[in-house]
Write a protein that binds this ligand. Structure first.
Ligand SMILES: COc1ccc(Cn2ccc3ccc(-c4cc(N)[nH]n4)cc32)cc1
Length: 247
């Protein structure tokens, strides 16, 4: 997967040299490039923002630098390797909610292009023009307001990259994790069996794999019902058996 990120704070993405994403870049699973939007400014002050039409607080990101950046990173003509146009993702408080389902959808793409806004956002015409030639999605992490898109891109990129083949060592983790089956995961424990007077649930040390699976299922259901009843309501009816309903 190829990923391009455009930001006025490219140094925000230094963490992407670390850990499993860093390994994915080193082994070619992820080809990531971070670009400074000011590359596509031409004035001495390298201006990327201006006052909003219609008045109001703050500044808006100018369309010209973004237009040139997207032209450069998503050229219309097919590249020699038959490169298709990327999917443009624009973090925004007004975007569609980012979900694990969207992470899976994005993990199937060959080229993602992230536009990190700052100030009060990017001139709308940048997104409207881009949408005439590539898929554009405004994406929100949730109902809270960030300073800009960079942190959102780090989150989205981590959620997507861990789904790429070979990135997560034990593929089993993908299957068992929260939101994989629509439920929150059960509590996890490791050694020692007793710690500051807190014991590991006996069933987890019993070797009874059926009992362990049932305990984990029950704990997932109880935790999900308590913290995220919306996920219970969203489950397909057939996924809850009689025992589940009794939990
Ligand atoms: C109320 O209108 C606002 C508009 C923009 C901003 C600051 N800002 C600028 C670019 C940008 C990109 C993403 C986000 C964001 C995404 C989520 N889930 N929360 N916040 C915030 C962003 C603040 C407020």
């Amino acid at each position: 997967m190829r990923v391009d990120i455009v930001s006025i704070f490219p140094e925000y993405f230094a963490p992407l040299d670390l850990s499993l994403i860093g390994k994915a870049r080193a082994n070619g699973t992820l080809r990531l490039a971070v670009h400074d939007l000011r590359t596509w400014t031409h004035d001495v002050h390298r201006t990327v923002d201006d006052t909003p039409y219609g008045g109001g607080p703050g500044m808006v990101m100018r369309p010209e630098p973004w237009g040139e950046a997207l032209d450069a990173l998503a050229p219309d003509e097919l590249s020699p390797d038959g490169h298709t146009l990327p999917r443009l993702l624009v973090p925004s408080p007004a975007g569609d909610r980012f979900t694990q389902a969207m992470a899976h959808e994005l993990a199937a793409e060959s080229h993602l292009l992230f536009a990190c806004g700052r100030y009060e956002g990017i001139d709308q015409r940048v997104l409207d023009h881009a949408a005439t030639r590539m898929r554009v999605n405004e994406v929100s992490l949730g109902d809270y307001v960030l300073f800009g898109g960079e942190v959102a891109v780090l989150v989205i990129l981590e959620a997507v990259t861990r789904l790429l083949p070979g990135v997560l060592g034990n593929a089993g983790s993908l299957e068992e994790e929260s939101h994989a089956h629509g439920l929150l995961e059960a509590p996890m424990y490791t050694k020692p069996a007793s710690w500051r007077g807190h014991e590991v649930p006996e069933v987890l040390r019993s070797g009874d794999h059926g009992g362990i699976a049932r305990w984990r299922r029950d704990e997932s259901l109880l935790r999900t019902a308590a913290r995220r009843p919306d996920l219970i309501a969203a489950l397909p009816p057939e996924s809850l058996d009689k025992r589940d309903r009794a939990a």
